[in-house]
Design a protein around this ligand. Structure first.
Ligand code: ZN
Length: 808
């Protein structure tokens, strides 16, 4: 669609400088046209501010025509530039040029952002200024600015470049200086998505319901027109609880009535947006998102919808048919906008026969890849096939990149060496009608190597042709100073470990996915970062940055210290030194607190309060519990290195009626509990009352023999008092990613039990500790008691190292 940015260096090094902007005494003037747009004014202010920072001298700004300097910087659409034959009217929105003409320099570009981008490229590429984070910039000091002949130009191949989330005013300026899209007229900005007429819900994603109105409006619509809603299992279905972008239902997308309603609602928003943009002096929205609600499926199966899905071989068929219709109806209302369909989950595979209209784009998510490998890797053939398939039928593909991992607090923000995949993936995107990239990179503090990754993302988003190793060296040397080399050594160690250990991390990874960082790698990585800290020990600010770079490694160590210790004991390795637990926990908490203050995050914002609770308070509590569960009487005879205990505080819970509660009767101090009165009140598609009848059902997957299901084996005749250990099964051959689940209601990842391939094939028993009250959950229960059960721990026992088994 658009060519990759090219930098043309026309001249080999000349012997003498052709342009002198500052000879050590005098500075040249910055010549601007008599009329400037807000973005051009910003360009002027930014250029003179940074020239002053670099040289310590003021550069005069003069209007063109006031004088005839012998040497000058001509900024923007000056007559001088025109006389040199530069027709800026033909430049694209973001196309820029930096070119010398004799002793003069021209920095200019297209409207609205070209000149501003030219200034930023001049400062960055020519003078060596770098905006590394919202609060850290690198500005070289120069006693002279004397340049060779210059002829640089470029434009970003992808018009849409966005990273979520860089908070605060400083964050917006940081993004603008690094040429990411922001919607501010002072930066020549553009609205990215609809404001939905200024309502609370805005049109950036999952707009299926929110385009029409709020939850009450949707509920009313369902009462009046159930036929607009999806037919699922023979019933018109509506998730009335969520009734917004998070709903677990969509619409009947072939319904003509629904289509009309949807188009008219969006038409209203488009009018509102154009008015708003006009008042603000910015370009109207680049995109209108026409997205399914945020769930795996929820699509309609009526004969009419089903026919499209069957013909096209994917749910994306019925979705694209709808988007094409909307885009066609509204093409005159928003001639410069792209109607953007999100392809996620069941709509990631493209349709077989349909094509997208010219004003339709596809925002393709990737929920299937191993993010440690580029899309070109055979492991990610599925996603690559989706991308190439969409590129054949659509000329504008936007990548939705999950730059972090998701899951419970236990399963996120560990060292995830993905950096080397960014450049090849973005190049593949650009070669496949790439029109933009959105990095979903929240977790402002906790995300792995946050500052480095965000900077590399934004550099490559603008120009996927840049060399990763050069970018890496630039950032790490400038940001970590003397410790830069050690940070690169640390990243290199993780990359090699991931290749050697077959690291496989999805967007929702289990903790066991990090098994490629084994005890020895953890030990080495910690030593490298210890050295990094020592190298910058005299500069507290650099120590802080190194400590923050270490946060994800510290996190992994804290949650897995017991497993690391155990694997070293089993291998008889006394030579490998693991970090100090208490010191690591102290540093982890201190770094979080420091970063909360150092970044523009609002400590009173409930989002950050909950982020802190999950990632610090609860996380440290979980890590400590995982480390310190006392050995139950039941397993006193088991060799210590053959016993693994998992408190249910570590569980990922999937149904509302399961609660984690404090329970002093439990040695773990807390337990998952469910009351029958809550269970029967909560409709659940998998609900069957017999599931909750003793003996409870369980599932372990994946084992080496696939998924194993069973019921608890050794239940006694009379209901025991308090907690009692029950055996789920034995002879189970676990894998590195095995989880145990009960009632399809929660799961616990059995992380660290099988820590490397040599342990595959060992047999394990799995036990659970349960307390039951009331007759509903137990055939011998005493009537009159409240019906409730508690599950507080699982135990995994390695049988092949401990042939005597366990006693009852
Ligand atoms: Zn339908």
């Amino acid at each position: 669609m658009k060519k990759i940015v090219t930098f043309l260096f026309l001249l080999p090094l000349a012997l003498c400088a052709s342009i002198s902007l500052f000879d050590g005494k005098e500075t040249v003037p910055v010549v601007v046209p008599s009329v400037q747009t807000p973005a051009q004014k910003t360009a002027t202010a930014e250029l003179t501010e940074y020239l002053a920072k670099i040289t310590g001298k003021q550069f005069q700004v003069v209007q063109e025509g006031c004088s005839s300097p012998t040497s000058a910087i001509y900024l923007g659409n000056t007559n001088f530039a025109l006389r040199q034959g530069l027709d800026l009217g033909k430049f694209g929105d973001e196309e820029w040029i930096i070119k010398s003409y004799g002793s003069h320099l021209v920095i200019a570009g297209g409207e609205p952002r070209g000149t501003l981008y030219g200034v930023y490229h001049f400062l960055e590429d020519v003078l060596g200024v770098h905006w590394l984070t919202p609060s850290v910039e690198y500005v070289p000091e120069k006693t002279k600015i004397e340049l060779e002949e210059l002829n640089l130009s470029g434009r970003p191949p992808m018009l849409y470049r966005d990273v979520y989330l860089v908070p605060g005013i400083s964050g917006r300026i940081f993004l603008a200086r690094n040429r990411m899209n922001i919607s501010d007229s002072n930066y020549g900005g553009r609205m990215l998505f609809s404001r939905f007429s200024g309502r609370e819900a805005q049109g950036s994603a999952h707009t299926m319901y929110t385009v029409l109105g709020d939850a009450d409006c949707l509920r009313k619509l369902f009462r009046e027109h159930p036929e607009y809603f999806p037919l699922i299992d023979g019933v018109r279905t509506f998730d009335s609880v969520r009734a917004n972008g998070a709903a677990q239902s969509q619409f009947c997308l072939t319904s003509l009535g629904l289509r009309k309603l949807w188009v008219e609602a969006l038409r209203g928003h488009i009018r509102h947006d154009r008015e708003f943009a006009g008042k603000r002096g910015i370009q109207p929205p680049m995109f209108y998102a026409i997205d399914q609600n945020d769930c795996y499926d929820g699509f309609c199966t009526c004969p009419s919808c089903d026919a499209v899905v069957t013909r096209e071989g994917s749910k994306s068929g019925v979705m694209l048919d709808f988007v094409n219709h909307v885009a066609d109806q509204l093409k005159e209302e928003a001639p410069d906008a792209v109607f953007l369909m999100m392809a996620i989950h069941s709509t990631e595979p493209p349709p077989k026969f349909m094509k997208a209209l010219p004003n339709v784009g596809i925002r393709l998510c990737d929920t299937t890849s191993n993010i440690l490998r580029p899309w070109s890797d055979p492991a990610n053939a599925g996603h690559r096939k989706n991308l190439e398939g969409w590129a054949k039928i659509c000329n504008n593909i936007v990548m939705w990149d999950y730059s972090i991992t998701y899951g419970s607090p236990v399963c996120i923000n560990y060292p995830t060496p993905t950096l080397r995949t960014f450049a090849p993936d973005l190049r593949m995107l650009a070669a496949n009608h790439g029109g933009g990239v959105f990095f979903e990179h929240e977790q402002v503090i906790g995300a792995d190597m946050r500052d480095l990754k965000v900077w590399i993302e934004i550099k490559l988003a603008e120009n996927p042709g840049l060399d990763y190793d050069t970018l890496l060296k630039t950032f790490t040397d400038l940001y970590y100073g003397q410790a830069g080399g050690k940070i690169r050594e640390y990243l290199d160690l993780l990359e090699r470990a991931s290749e050697k250990g077959g690291g496989n991390i999805s967007w929702f990874p289990a903790l066991s996915a990090y098994n490629f960082i084994d005890a020895e790698t953890m030990s080495r990585a910690s030593r490298i970062l210890d050295e990094a800290e020592r190298m910058v020990a005299k500069e507290p600010e650099l120590v802080r940055r190194v400590e923050h770079a270490r946060l994800s490694l510290d996190r992994l160590y804290l949650i897995r210290s017991g497993a690391y210790r155990k694997s070293l004991d089993m291998a008889g390795r006394k030579d490998v030194v693991l970090p100090d637990y208490a010191k690591t926990a102290e540093r982890y908490q201190r770094v979080w607190n420091h970063e909360m203050d150092a970044r523009e995050v609002d400590r009173n914002n409930k989002f950050y309060i909950s982020e802190y609770e999950n990632n610090v308070t609860k996380f440290l509590d979980m890590a400590a519990k995982r480390k310190e569960l006392p050995v139950p009487e039941q397993f006193k005879r088991v060799e210590p290195d053959a016993l693994y205990l998992f408190g249910t505080g570590l569980a990922q819970i999937y149904i509302d009626y399961l609660k984690l509660v404090k329970d002093p009767e439990s040695p773990a101090g807390e337990a998952l509990c469910a009351k029958m009165s809550d269970i029967v009140k909560t409709p659940h598609k998998d609900f069957r009352e017999d599931k909750y009848q003793y003996p409870f059902s369980w599932t372990v997957w994946p084992s080496m023999a696939g998924t194993i299901r069973g019921k608890i084996q050794n239940f006694p005749e009379a209901m025991p008092k308090g907690y009692h250990w029950y055996k789920l099964g034995e002879g189970i051959k676990l894998t590195q990613t095995s989880v145990v689940s009960m009632f399809a209601g929660f799961l616990i990842a059995l992380d660290g039990v099988v820590s490397d391939n040599s342990e595959l094939g060992q047999k394990y028993e799995i036990w659970v500790s349960i307390k039951v009250l009331g007759p509903d959950f137990y055939r011998m229960g005493k009537p009159g008691l409240e019906n409730v059960f508690y599950i507080d721990q699982f135990a995994v026992v390695r049988q092949t190292r401990n042939m005597q088994g366990t006693s009852e």
